[in-house]
Structures are given as structure tokens and as C-alpha cells.
Design a protein around this ligand. Structure first.
Ligand SMILES: Cc1cc2nc3c(=O)[nH]c(=O)nc-3n(C[C@H](O)[C@H](O)[C@H](O)COP(=O)(O)OP(=O)(O)OC[C@H]3O[C@@H](n4cnc5c(N)ncnc54)[C@H](O)[C@@H]3O)c2cc1C
Length: 441
């Protein structure tokens, strides 16, 4: 039988009754923003996440390619909410929602009641109906994933150094990146640079510069969401780093030895899957309508149809701003929706009128290609090259959540930039545990 679980609630408010409990699931960009926006609300906030940290996903690829360490881009969630006395943080995995009794079901069998619920559980990768490919691919979504990639990447060069079989050396030094979006481009460019510069001087029997980094994209250009000549610039920049960019070529098979790409068999040590995303299963939990990627279709105030006390924000939500095209899965969307729903709930609890429907303020998008080039689209103007890279690095430094992370990242970047060094190259075997813990959805 399911065990009831009641976290202690705060004392009654002026004799009227219990303070309402707002449960937020997910301590990503959306969940943290919502919790912070509720700082002064007369409510008990319970933030639940299956990890104990808030992760800055845009810099994950730098952990995967040994430029940064995990602690540079993640902060313990409790530290972020340390000063917020109406908020409690617990580490637990949610597996379902009972909308009738307004309770969450946890993986360990407990249930937690709520008055208001904010679902901010994000998205995972999708394999376009080929879930069997997941077993042979690396994805990049969590710190465990990044450590897995780093371990396999660096180990491949170590193994190749001691291998006498030329075909096997070629296979060990072949890395295929699937998907020419920002994550694929960032990974491919950085792996190429790692091989061509940082590692180039450190081996005696192999030439790390001979590593093949293949970036395949089924569409006709990489970074296809960017306007004008930016995608073409990105393709050229990747080629100059030594990345083999294959456009208009779809993967038809992924197995333990490599891939089949447009009919060509490519043996590879690692397949980095950066193609489609799929929302985590909140729509299924709620029995709510969902978009093609499984995201919960929400109303203009981010609430779930027929459930005015339940909200979905960020990557797990599909929000149509009136254009028929849902907002993209980006950190600023999740943050702005989190702030909006937090304010809406604070107003509702205080008896104030609710704000206007959610409106997204698009500040532009950027993607980085290696250590000194990027592209940026600020809608009214575009940047590319070094200036875009400087802008990208300043923006990302400022967005890192705490001052300590900013300082560490700044020091590590500067070191890597001037020395072509990589501060986080140690192999520790951490990924073995990571692999057994990995979840896909
Ligand atoms: C590699 C990578 C690079 C990216 N680069 C950029 C970029 O440069 N710019 C940009 O704007 N966006 C980028 N994004 C997208 C951006 O990170 C997401 O849009 C953003 O994180 C969405 O925020 P969120 O709060 O919806 O979800 P997330 O930030 O993903 O947070 C979801 C949280 O929910 C928790 N969770 C999930 N399921 C459960 C469960 N069942 N129970 C309990 N907890 C659960 C997770 O542990 C996680 O902490 C990138 C994403 C990736 C993966």
C-alpha cells in the first residue's frame, strides 16, 4: 500500500488556516526561477528534484571535453535557496500525479499533497522511434552524461596509443556527432580542437590530429534555425577546425561498432547523439493534451487545461504564443515562465489580480564554434566570429548562477585560452557508476 507522506507545514497564518503548499518539480532553470519568484509569498514552497543540484546545461559540453569540471557548472540546490525561509528542498523522483487527490507519487512509494503544482521537469533526447540506438549512443543532458563522454573520449586516445592494429586505431579515433544544432556543433568543434591542439603534443605513437570528427545533419545546413549567412559561416568554421561536416545525410543504423550514414558504414568509438528532444512524461502523468514532442500543451497563463492549479513550464511545456509555433526549448523561456508563474501564484495567494498572459521576451540566440568563434542572432542584428564569441562568453558567465562558479569558469577559460590546455583531463573511472545510473527519460 502507498505510504502517505506529509512534510511538516508551517504554522497557521493568522488563524485562517494552513498556508497553501506549492510543490515545484524540477530544479532546472524554470523550477529555480519559480521558487525564487515566490520568496515573499505566504506559502510553503517544496522543491523536488531527483538530483541535488541545479545544472547549467549550456556549458555541459565543456565538461564533456575536459575544459571545465562538474563543480564549475553546477550548484547544490539547497545552497541556492538557503536564504529563502519559505522554501524546502528534497531529493526525490516523481513518477506520477494524482489530479483528483492533488498528490504527487514518488518513486520510493511515498506521496506528497499539493495545493498548487508547478511541473518543470525538462526534456530528454529522442531517437526518432529507434530506442535501440540509445544503448550505443552517448547523450549530453546531465553531469553523469558529460563525465561519461569525457571518460570515453580521453580513454580512446589512451587506448589508441598502445594499439598496433591500424584499423583499430582509426576506429578508436573516430567520433561521430549526430545533429547539427547548437549542442552538436559545440561538441564537434571542441572535440576537434582538443585533438588538434591540446592533445597533439602529448602522445608518442599516435598523432591525435588524425582523429576524425564527423558531424552529420539530415537537413541542408548546420544551425538551421539561425538566419542569413550564419549557418554557412558555422559550416566553414567547423571545416577549418578539421570537422568533417556531412549535410543532408541521415543516420539509418547505430550499433556497437558505429553507424550507417547515407548508406556508408562508419566504424566509430563513440556516437554522440544530439538530434531530437522529447519532453519528460508530465503530460502522461496528467492525462493532458501534448504536442508532437510529448510536451504538455498549456494555456496562456502556463496552466494545464482543466487544472487551474497545475502549471507546466520550460521544456516540459508546449506554449503557443499565438503564432501556431510553440516557443523553443531554451533556458530563457524556462526562466521567464518560472518567474511568471511564481508571480502569478504569489498574487493569487495574496488575493491580488493575476498578471496578463505570459509573454516571451526574445533576447536572441547564440552558438559557439571552438575556442574563438561563435554566431549570434539578436533579431535586429547578427554577429559572427571573435566578437560573437566574446559576447557569448560574457553572457554565459553572467548567467551562471553563483559568483563562485563565475570566477572558477573565468579562470579555467582564461587558462585554456592562453595555453590551449585543458584543466579537467584526469581519468577517474567515475563514468562506470554514471553509466549504470543513466536514465533516458
Ligand atoms: C547540452 C545542452 C546545451 C544547451 N545549450 C543551451 C544554450 O546554449 N542556450 C539555451 O538557452 N538553452 C540551451 N539548452 C537548453 C536549456 O538547457 C533548456 O531549455 C533548459 O534547461 C530548460 O529548463 P527546464 O527548467 O525546463 O528544464 P531543466 O533545466 O532540464 O531542468 C529539469 C529538472 O527536472 C529534474 N527532473 C526531471 N525529471 C524529474 C522527475 N521525474 N522527478 C524529479 N526531478 C526531475 C531534472 O533533474 C532537472 O534538474 C541546452 C540544453 C542542453 C542539454
Amino acid at each position: 500500500m502507498r505510504k502517505a507522506y506529509e512534510l511538516r507545514r508551517s504554522s497557521k497564518v493568522s488563524g485562517v488556516g494552513m498556508r497553501p503548499r506549492i510543490v515545484i518539480v524540477g530544479a532546472g532553470f524554470g523550477g529555480i526561477a519559480a521558487a525564487r519568484a515566490l520568496k515573499r509569498a505566504e506559502a510553503d514552497i517544496l522543491l523536488i528534484d531527483r538530483t541535488n543540484h541545479h545544472l547549467f546545461q549550456p556549458l555541459l559540453y565543456q565538461v564533456a571535453t575536459a575544459a571545465l569540471s562538474p563543480a564549475d557548472i553546477a550548484t547544490a540546490t539547497r545552497v541556492l535557496l538557503r536564504g529563502q525561509h519559505n522554501a524546502t528542498v528534497i531529493m526525490a523522483e516523481v513518477v506520477g500525479v494524482d489530479t483528483t487527490d492533488k498528490a504527487l507519487n514518488l518513486a520510493d512509494g511515498r506521496s506528497i499533497t499539493f495545493d498548487y503544482l508547478v511541473l518543470a521537469t525538462g526534456a530528454a533526447y529522442s531517437f526518432f522511434g529507434h530506442d535501440e540506438w540509445a544503448e550505443h549512443s552517448q547523450v549530453l543532458k546531465s553531469l553523469d552524461d558529460a563525465l561519461d563522454i569525457r571518460e570515453r573520449l580521453l580513454s580512446a586516445f589512451e587506448r589508441a596509443e598502445q594499439c598496433d592494429d591500424r584499423d583499430e586505431v582509426k576506429r578508436l579515433l573516430t567520433f561521430v556527432v549526430v545533429g547539427g544544432g547548437p549542442t552538436g556543433v559545440e561538441l564537434a568543434g571542441t572535440i576537434a580542437e582538443l585533438a588538434r591542439t591540446t592533445l597533439a603534443r602529448d602522445f608518442r605513437h599516435i598523432d591525435p590530429r588524425s582523429a576524425r570528427i564527423i558531424l552529420c545533419e539530415a537537413g541542408q545546413q548546420v544551425l538551421g534555425a539561425f538566419p542569413k549567412d550564419l549557418p554557412a559561416y558555422a559550416s566553414k568554421a567547423l571545416a577549418s577546425l578539421g570537422v568533417d561536416v556531412r549535410l543532408g545525410q541521415a543516420v539509418s543504423l547505430v550499433d556497437a561498432d558505429g553507424i550507417v550514414l547515407a548508406g556508408e558504414r562508419i566504424d566509430a568509438e563513440m556516437i554522440l547523439w544530439c538530434a531530437g528532444t522529447q519532453a519528460r512524461p508530465a503530460a502522461r502523468w496528467l492525462g493532458a493534451g501534448s504536442a508532437r514532442n510529448g510536451a504538455v500543451k498549456v494555456l496562456p497563463d502556463c496552466s494545464v487545461p482543466d487544472h487551474p492549479d497545475i502549471f507546466a513550464i520550460g521544456d516540459v511545456a508546449s506554449f503557443d504564443p499565438g503564432t501556431g509555433k510553440p516557443l523553443p526549448g531554451l533556458a530563457p523561456v524556462a526562466k521567464q515562465q518560472g518567474r511568471y508563474v511564481g508571480k502569478l501564484l504569489a498574487d493569487r495567494i495574496a488575493g491580488r489580480t493575476s498578471p496578463q498572459p505570459f509573454e516571451y521576451h526574445d533576447l536572441g540566440t547564440m552558438a559557439v564554434i571552438g575556442r574563438s568563434r561563435a554566431i549570434a542572432d539578436f533579431r535586429s542584428f547578427q554577429l559572427k566570429g571573435l566578437l560573437a564569441w566574446v559576447t557569448w562568453s560574457m553572457v554565459h558567465l553572467m548567467l551562471l548562477v553563483d559568483f563562485r562558479s563565475r570566477l572558477l569558469v573565468y579562470v579555467n577559460w582564461s587558462w585554456a585560452w592562453f595555453t590551449y590546455g585543458r584543466g579537467a583531463r584526469l581519468l577517474t573511472g567515475q563514468s562506470n557508476t554514471a553509466r549504470s545510473r543513466r536514465r533516458t527519460i
